[in-house]
Ligand binder design. Structure first.
Ligand code: ZN
Ligand code: ZN
Ligand code: ZN
Ligand code: ZN
Ligand code: ZN
Ligand code: ZN
Ligand code: ZN
Ligand code: ZN
Length: 250
């Protein structure tokens, strides 16, 4: 039937090709194979190619588009393909979420019993991942084991003795060149996270430091340098002061 139709004058550039009435009267080129298969075409600058095949514009909402399952909308706009990691995908970075489609998130996340039982039907419908803690590096719930198990944090498992009672960390932080210390000490400080002694005032730019330390955003003492309680340990342990570490080993 389609061969009887008169080719549309506007070809691949036609604005009305998804209009049912128009499409019944005129024929239009087919979709670019490369764009359909790979999600992008590298010949769009080639005039002959771009007028011989239809290139859909990418939908500006990408994978998060609400109309992604709407047939008419998805015919008109290009949308990202499904994530190759399927329902197991743990990557919740903004970049990744935009570039790939994912199944809807199961409200029980990885605590879901059906997920633990590998229920095929359920796992084919929902995505299971460990959600990220919204406080990230600044999370104060680091001694709440349930919280640490339920949420993803940028730092490794917190040392049970941090902030005040870890002797290994104390040796590490007091040393002029911690890398020269015994391997066990370095191992401990890389395997477990500790509370950074500078907290809110931390000026460390080393990404490794931010990967291994918890930064507790304590309240700033309203009196700052003028504070009259700078000799009171208890006060120093509750408020942050300029040029004084949050955590001091005596
Ligand atoms: Zn047309
Ligand atoms: Zn193409
Ligand atoms: Zn869309
Ligand atoms: Zn993914
Ligand atoms: Zn589930
Ligand atoms: Zn947290
Ligand atoms: Zn420790
Ligand atoms: Zn720090």
């Amino acid at each position: 039937m389609i061969f009887d139709l008169e080719p549309c004058h506007f070809g691949a550039k036609c604005n009305d090709m998804y209009d049912r009435q128009h499409a019944q009267k005129y024929s239009h080129p087919s979709l670019c194979k490369q764009q359909c298969l790979k999600g992008m075409c590298d010949q769009t600058n080639d005039l002959v190619h771009s007028s011989s095949f239809i290139h859909r514009n990418p939908c500006k909402y990408g994978a998060q588009c609400k109309d992604i399952d709407n047939e008419k909308h998805s015919q008109e706009y290009e949308h990202p393909s499904w994530c190759p990691n399927g329902g197991h995908c743990q990557d919740t970075s903004e970049e990744h979420e935009k570039s790939y489609r994912h199944l809807p998130t199961c409200k029980h996340f990885q605590k879901c019993l059906d997920y633990k039982r590998h229920d095929k039907n359920h796992c084919g419908k929902f995505r299971h991942y460990t959600p990220s803690c919204i406080y990230g590096s600044y999370c104060v719930n680091f001694h709440d084991q349930q919280h640490i198990e339920d949420y993803k944090h940028p730092f490794p498992y917190p040392c049970p003795f941090t902030p005040y009672h870890c002797e290994t960390y104390e040796k590490f932080i007091m040393s002029k060149d911690p890398r020269q210390l015994k391997d066990e000490i370095n191992q401990h400080c890389l395997n477990y996270s500790h509370v950074c002694a500078f907290g809110r005032n931390c000026t460390d730019k080393d990404p490794l430091h931010w990967e291994k330390y918890i930064h507790v955003p304590r309240c700033l003492c309203p009196y700052g340098n003028q504070c009259t309680k700078l000799v009171q340990e208890e006060h120093l342990n509750s408020f942050t002061h300029p040029k004084i570490r949050d955590i001091r080993f005596l």
